[in-house]
Write a protein that binds this ligand. Structure first.
Ligand code: SF4
Ligand code: SF4
Length: 235
């Protein structure tokens, strides 16, 4: 069993010195479920309705959450540990629509106002980034994405959806990047200027990332990947 290359690839170590393995049946079952979503898009000739696209985005969230939660006890991440909520979270069109619907559902009041003001000010900050860090470009390549992330994180701005109690106020609707941000190393590595933290990565998370871009194209004819504030404040 220990010599099985799949088990080897699914075995990780954490800051507490623990070694653990992501369940191979869970991993393979999750990949198969994601594969069926890819087949559905293909069968539909690459075009599906907005409603189906949003429902499939939520299905992808459910699949990645099940994988992450299966190893959560081995991760450094805990409620209220929110240094990561300073990162630039880039999302696809379907995810942006889910966030827009979440804001629309929020009753009028101080919290909604704070979100809207926060989104506007983060958009200004993002648009002040220049050159290879300019987030108004599509961010379809990893170097572009990393350049923007690095420049934005230096600004030290928390996500507008982070509450004063350091909990995510839109937890059920948070994007993929926030769902796969699990850290194996010391939480202090996530502070700006420290680290970098070692992340728990696996094929399910990577496949989910690719599928969400496909769903943006299939459901909205929009394959862009943009920071949250840009989706919610610009066309
Ligand atoms: S990613 Fe880092 S900062 Fe965020 S919850 Fe996990 S350990 Fe804490
Ligand atoms: S959406 Fe929630 S989890 Fe993601 S960065 Fe914002 S506050 Fe943090």
């Amino acid at each position: 069993m220990a010599d099985d290359p799949l088990v080897h690839d699914l075995t990780f170590s954490n800051v507490k010195g623990e070694t653990f393995t992501l369940s191979p049946p869970l991993y393979l079952g999750s990949l198969a479920e994601l594969g069926r979503i890819g087949e559905r898009i293909e069968e539909a000739g690459g075009r599906i309705s907005r409603g189906e696209a949003l429902s499939l985005v939520r299905e992808i969230y459910r699949i990645v959450d099940r994988v992450g939660e299966s190893v959560a006890d081995h991760m450094s991440c805990r409620a209220g540990c929110a240094a990561c909520c300073r990162m630039m979270v880039a999302v696809t069109r379907g995810e942006g629509e889910i966030l827009r619907e979440r804001i629309d559902r929020e009753p009028e009041g101080l919290r909604k106002e704070r979100w809207k003001e926060g989104l506007l000010s983060r958009t200004e900050s993002l648009l002040s980034l220049k050159g290879s860090a300019d987030p108004s470009r599509p961010l379809t390549t990893l170097p572009d994405m990393l350049a923007t992330c690095e420049a934005y994180e230096k600004k030290g701005l928390f996500c507008p959806f982070l509450g004063e109690d350091r909990l995510c106020e839109i937890y059920e609707d948070r994007p993929l990047m926030c769902r796969i941000c699990w850290t194996l190393t010391d939480p202090r590595d996530c502070d700006p200027g420290e680290g970098p933290p070692v992340k728990f990565r696996n094929g399910v998370f990577f496949r989910a990332f690719d599928l969400l871009i496909l769903l943006g194209k299939a459901g909205f004819d929009d394959a862009r990947h943009r920071p949250i504030p840009l989706w919610l404040t610009l066309a």
